[in-house]
Write a protein that binds this ligand. Structure first.
Ligand SMILES: [Zn+2]
Length: 315
C-alpha cells in the first residue's frame, strides 16, 4: 500500500505518492492561488491527488489514505483547519470537501508537525522514537514527536515553541507577548539584526555583499560576510547563536529527545550554525551533559509531504 502526502503552502501545493517506509515515489506541485475561495483550493488538492495516482500508474485501491499538512491551527479529529492567517482559512472542513471528489480517508495536521513526522520517519531523526524538529523561517515552527507520533496537545495547538519567552520584557512578538524565541531566532530576526548592524557600521562587508542595498539582505548575508572575517557580521551571528541555543536548550531540557532537527533556510549553514550551538548547549544543558543530537534536517521541502502521508499510517 502507498500513501499520498500533501504539503499545502501559501505559494504552492506539493503532493507526492509515498511508500510505507516514507520514501517519495512520485511528486508534483501546483500553485496554491490562495486568493481564491477555499473550496477551489481544496478541489485542486483533490484533483492533484487523482493526477498523482494516475501518473504513477496506481489505482485508488493501492492508496491507503491522503494526509494534508496545512499552515494554521488544525482540528485533527474532525479534519478541520480552525484558522490559518496565511491561507485566510477559518473553520474549513478539508476532510468533507476532499471527500466530495475522492473517496479515501483524509487526515490533516499542522505543516510544522508534518515536517517533524517526516524527519522522524525517514529523515534526520529516523533512528529515534522521540525528536523535536525546529523550522527556522519567517517565524520558528516546531513539531514534537513522542513515541513516533505527533504530540499536539489536547486541543492540537501545542508545540508553538517559537512563542516560548527567552527574554522577559524583550522584543515585541506578533502573538502579543514580549521576548518570544522567534523574535530573536527566526530568519526574519536575523535579517533585521543584520540590517540594523550594517546601518551602524557602514564599513561592514555586508554593504558590499548587497551592492549597498540593505533591503537585499537575506539570512545568508551575515554568514557570507563572516567568511570574509567581517566583525559586524560576527557580532550579529554570535548574538543570534546565543539566543538560538538558549531556546533550543529549553526544548532539550524539557523533552531530552534523541535528536533535535533544525530545518528551514538558515539551517543550510550546516555546521557553521550547529557546531557553535552544540558548544553552548553543552555548557548550559541541565545535568551538564548534552546527550541529545543537534542535527540538520535532511528531507528539505519533502519533509512536509512525507510527514503528511504518514499521518494515515497505523491509524
Ligand atoms: Zn510570540
Amino acid at each position: 500500500m502507498c500513501y499520498i502526502g500533501v504539503d499545502l503552502g501559501g505559494t504552492n501545493i506539493a503532493a507526492g505518492l509515498v511508500s510505507e517506509d516514507g520514501k517519495i515515489l512520485y511528486k508534483k506541485s501546483i500553485p496554491t492561488g490562495k486568493e481564491r475561495e477555499n473550496e477551489y483550493i481544496i478541489k485542486d488538492i483533490a484533483l492533484l491527488c487523482k493526477d498523482i495516482i494516475e501518473k504513477s500508474e496506481k489505482n485508488i485501491k493501492d492508496i491507503k489514505s491522503i494526509g494534508i499538512g496545512s499552515p494554521g491551527q488544525p482540528d485533527v479529529a474532525n479534519g478541520i483547519i480552525l484558522y490559518s492567517c496565511n491561507l485566510g482559512f477559518r473553520n474549513v472542513n478539508i476532510k468533507k470537501e476532499m471527500n466530495k471528489y475522492i473517496d479515501l480517508p483524509i487526515f490533516i495536521d499542522n505543516d510544522a508537525n508534518c515536517a517533524a513526522l517526516g524527519e522522524s520517519v525517514s529523515g534526520a531523526a529516523a533512528k529515534f522514537s522521540d525528536s523535536v524538529t525546529v523550522t527556522i523561517g519567517t517565524g520558528i515552527g516546531g513539531g514534537i514527536i513522542i513515541n513516533n507520533k505527533i504530540f499536539g496537545g489536547t486541543y492540537f495547538g501545542g508545540a508553538e515553541i517559537g512563542h516560548m519567552v527567552i527574554k522577559t520584557g524583550g522584543r515585541k512578538c506578533q502573538c502579543g507577548r514580549n521576548g518570544c524565541w522567534e523574535t530573536y531566532s527566526s530568519a526574519t530576526a536575523l535579517i533585521n539584526d543584520t540590517k540594523q548592524a550594517a546601518e551602524k557600521n557602514n564599513e561592514s562587508a555586508i554593504y558590499r555583499l548587497v551592492n549597498g542595498d540593505l533591503s537585499k539582505i537575506t539570512a545568508k548575508t551575515p554568514f557570507d560576510a563572516l567568511l570574509e572575517g567581517d566583525e559586524t557580521a560576527k557580532k550579529v551571528i554570535d548574538e543570534y547563536i546565543i539566543n538560538f541555543a538558549e531556546g533550543l536548550t529549553n526544548i532539550i531540557n524539557i523533552f531530552q529527545p534523541g535528536a533535535v532537527v533544525i530545518g528551514g533556510g538558515v539551517s543550510a549553514q550546516g555546521e557553521k550554525l550547529l557546531a557553535p550551538i552544540r558548544k553552548i548547549a553543552s555548557k548550559i544543558v541541565y545535568g551538564g551533559e548534552l546527550k541529545t543530537l543537534i542535527v540538520q534536517a535532511s528531507l528539505g521541502n519533502d519533509a512536509g509531504i512525507v510527514g503528511a502521508a504518514m499521518l494515515g499510517k497505523g491509524v
